[in-house]
Design a protein around this ligand. Structure first.
Ligand code: PGA
Length: 248
């Protein structure tokens, strides 16, 4: 973690929680003083709960993220949510290219490029997610895979722009598996990503981050923050990660 910029901790709730549980969790996080100092905390709730979570977060320091967006701003796209709609709800950042979108929703690099353009156009900061699957890792194709993903992202209009450039490295085989990537693996990939992006890029790690692994990960100079799935679903585990990530 760099000494000069605040690390990020983003909780991706995915398709979990109900309205009541989302409210309670958002309130516990918003009210906790550890989410204020020396750290940037963000929450990505399911779309139907964005409005309520936005209300709870108010004008406080915790950022509101979308989990995805449609590449078009409006139109006949049943079931989809656009960048301007997210912006309207108080969202400032949006995950783009999460491996679950790539894998389960068939999003290819071209679609992700369009979504990044749409996010920028709507005034949202995309958190561009990249990562290799197990077969690619085992055949030494991890960096090649990520380079292709990033080159597509770099072809998006307006990205990276003047604002913060955020990328999340999430090895697919580490997501939801309890298997955190090794230190050397992460450092090598983060350094590779950094070489492809402008100097100010912030690179987050995601994949089975827990209160136990957050501290050591956060102390690595190459890691600018954490993207947390399962462990973001309870205030206890998420706040423990926030505390472990906060610089002394
Ligand atoms: P996980 O998910 O922490 O449950 O592995 C991370 C993510 O998908 O962002």
């Amino acid at each position: 973690m760099s000494q000069t910029t605040k690390p990020w901790v983003i909780g991706n709730w995915k398709m979990n929680l109900d309205r009541r549980a989302a409210e309670i969790l958002a309130r516990e996080i918003a009210d906790d003083p550890s989410c204020r100092a020396k750290i940037k905390v963000g929450l990505a709730p399911p779309f139907p709960y964005l409005d309520r979570v936005a209300e709870i977060l108010g004008h406080g320091p915790v950022a509101l993220l979308g989990q995805d967006l449609h590449p078009e701003a409006r139109g006949a796209y049943t079931g989809s949510v656009s960048g301007p709609m997210l912006r309207d709800m108080g969202v400032t950042h949006v995950l783009v290219g999460h491996s679950e979108r790539r894998r389960l929703h068939g999003e290819d690099d071209n679609m992700i490029r369009r979504k990044i353009s749409a996010a920028v156009e709507a005034g949202l900061t995309p958190v561009v997610c990249v990562g290799e699957d197990l077969a690619q890792r085992e055949s030494q194709q991890a960096m090649t895979t990520i380079t292709t993903q990033l080159q597509a992202a770099l072809a998006a209009d307006g990205w990276p722009g003047q604002g913060e450039t955020l990328v999340a490295y999430e090895p697919v085989w580490a997501i939801g598996t309890g298997r955190v990537a090794g230190r050397e693996q992460i450092i090598e990939i983060h350094a590779g990503i950094r070489r492809l992006l402008p100097g100010h890029a912030r690179i987050l790690y995601g994949g089975s981050v827990s209160p136990d692994t957050a501290g050591p990960l956060a102390r690595e100079k190459e890691i600018d923050g954490l993207l947390v799935g399962s462990a973001s679903l309870t205030a206890t585990t998420f706040l423990a990660i926030v505390k472990a990530t906060t610089p002394a």
